[in-house]
Design a binder for this molecule. Structure first.
Ligand code: PLZ
Length: 455
């Protein structure tokens, strides 16, 4: 395997032959060496799901330092949506690197930030004036949306939905549904955050209207609508397991927030930026959020995030109230502008729809052979399967996290990166880049089929 290692150490992302290739055990010897160095200097709290160390990546293929090549069905949790190392994005970032790397927008501003704000205004739902603030991470975007909603309404309380995920800062830990691993031992958490029941059609069997009534009852009795500044909702839940709410649920929530003067925040950090076949998943449900949080896919891997929303809400913050040293970094912003251009030029919304068809087709075929696949759900290139114990898919739906772990491990050993999710850890989620080919998808599905057969 020495031949392959030598090639690996000198290859760049653009030399990659775009196919799955397993040439060593996984993780290979060079990854193991790096891992031995890492554990001496990086704490275990920063956990890596699969400790193969990456050498290069392009489109939907990542190559490790041992020369193994993986079909990437995770895209760094939905970040490299346009594909790894796309020439347009890399060139835009390089051009910006030659001009200036930082000035601080709140000291001396620059055009790429303004351009991103214009593009967000254009591509988010809602035919009204909008404003955008740029920050560095998804959690920071959620923090800012909460700040902005509280300032606008003068109210204290924030509501979130069961199975939601919003980040790892102190406020956003309080907003997550799942305690372990995100919050365990890290409290006390921010107060005035209330969790309400969501819509989870596979498990609750409720219509959208029924699930919404349950949510309202909870918010009205337990929080009181008049004290509520914002309701923060992922239109398709990410870490929770890609739950698509029942028809009518989100429109009912939106209407309820309007009636009660509550700011509706759509957390589109995972579901946004063309991932679901629309620019923002809110569009699938016909809702127009007051504020949208975004991150992940917007800059193809460079750190950029933000909040876009109704001008009257966004303008309620006083000068100096919003910002941060690195927010809207010019290199990341230039990359984001290129991402928007790629979505248009390469008709990437249609690619997400292509991927949905191919993936769901393959997964339905697997479901007809393996009865532990209880549910297949999602939109565009954001699709998941929920696994249950054999014989329970239509009845008690007993979560089967062991099968999910075994399948993810089988996939990794065979050159497919697939991510898990779900409050019960029993969901396999597929969020490949929109550059993935049908042949790569079929190849990955074949690996999964073998995995199911060997369970
Ligand atoms: N809101 C909907 O999906 C990030 C978390 C990975 P940051 N999801 C991936 C991990 O284990 O830390 C996410 C999200 C939604 C907010 C966030 C937070 O975004 O950029 O990770 O802060």
């Amino acid at each position: 395997m020495t031949e392959t290692s030598a090639a690996a150490s000198s290859s760049t992302s653009t030399d990659l032959v775009l196919e799955r290739r397993v040439v060593t055990e996984i993780p290979g010897p060079r990854s193991q060496e790096l891992h031995a160095r890492r554990v001496k200097v990086v704490p275990p709290g920063v956990h890596s799901v699969l400790p193969v160390y990456i050498e290069s990546a392009h489109d939907a293929i990542v190559r490790d330092v041992d020369g193994n090549q993986f079909i990437d069905l995770g895209a760094g949790i939905g970040v490299t949506t346009v594909g790894h190392t796309q020439a347009e994005v890399v060139e835009a970032a390089k051009a910006q690197l030659d001009k200036y790397l930082h000035t601080l927008f709140t000291i001396t501003p620059y055009e790429p930030y303004v351009r991103v704000a214009e593009l967000m205004a254009e591509h988010t739902p809602g035919d009204f004036e909008k404003r955008t603030v740029l920050v560095n991470s998804g959690a920071e975007a959620v923090e800012n949306a909460v700040k902005i909603a509280r300032k606008f309404t003068g109210r204290r309380a924030i509501a979130v939905l069961d199975h939601g995920y919003h980040g790892r800062t102190n406020l956003t830990m309080a907003m997550n549904f799942k305690a372990a691993p995100y919050g365990t031992g890290y409290g006390p958490f921010a107060g005035d955050v209330f969790h309400a029941p969501s819509s989870y059609p596979y498990r609750d069997g409720l219509s959208g209207a029924e699930a919404a009534e349950r949510t309202f009852w909870y918010l009205e009795k337990h929080v009181g609508a008049s004290d509520l500044a914002a309701l923060v909702v992922e239109p398709v839940q990410g870490e929770g397991g890609f739950m698509v709410p029942a028809d009518g649920y989100l429109p009912a929530l939106k209407e309820w927030t309007e009636k009660n003067g509550v700011v509706f925040v759509s957390d589109e950090i995972q579901s946004g930026m063309a991932r679901t076949g629309k620019y923002f998943a809110s569009e699938h449900f016909g809702i127009v959020p007051d504020l949208i949080t975004f991150a992940k896919g917007i800059a193809a891997g460079l750190p950029l995030a933000g909040v876009t929303g109704r001008a009257d809400i966004m303008d309620s913050s006083h000068p100096g109230g919003l910002g941060g040293t690195f927010g809207g970094n010019p290199v990341a912003a230039a990359a984001a502008v290129a991402v928007f251009e790629m979505i248009e030029k390469d008709a990437l919304l249609a690619e997400a729809t292509r991927i949905e068809k191919r993936l769901k087709g393959g997964l339905e075929d697997l479901q007809s052979r393996f009865d532990i696949i209880g549910d297949i759900r999602g939109h565009g290139a954001m699709v998941a399967i929920e696994l249950v114990e054999s014989g329970t898919a239509q009845t008690t739906k007993v979560p089967n996290s062991a099968a999910v772990s075994a399948l993810a491990a089988h996939a990794a050993k065979n050159g497919v990166l697939v991510l898990t999710a779900g409050t019960n850890g029993n969901v396999l989620r597929f969020l490949p880049s929109l550059a993935i080919t049908d042949a790569q998808l079929d190849d990955a599905l074949g690996v999964l089929a073998d995995g199911f057969a060997s369970l």
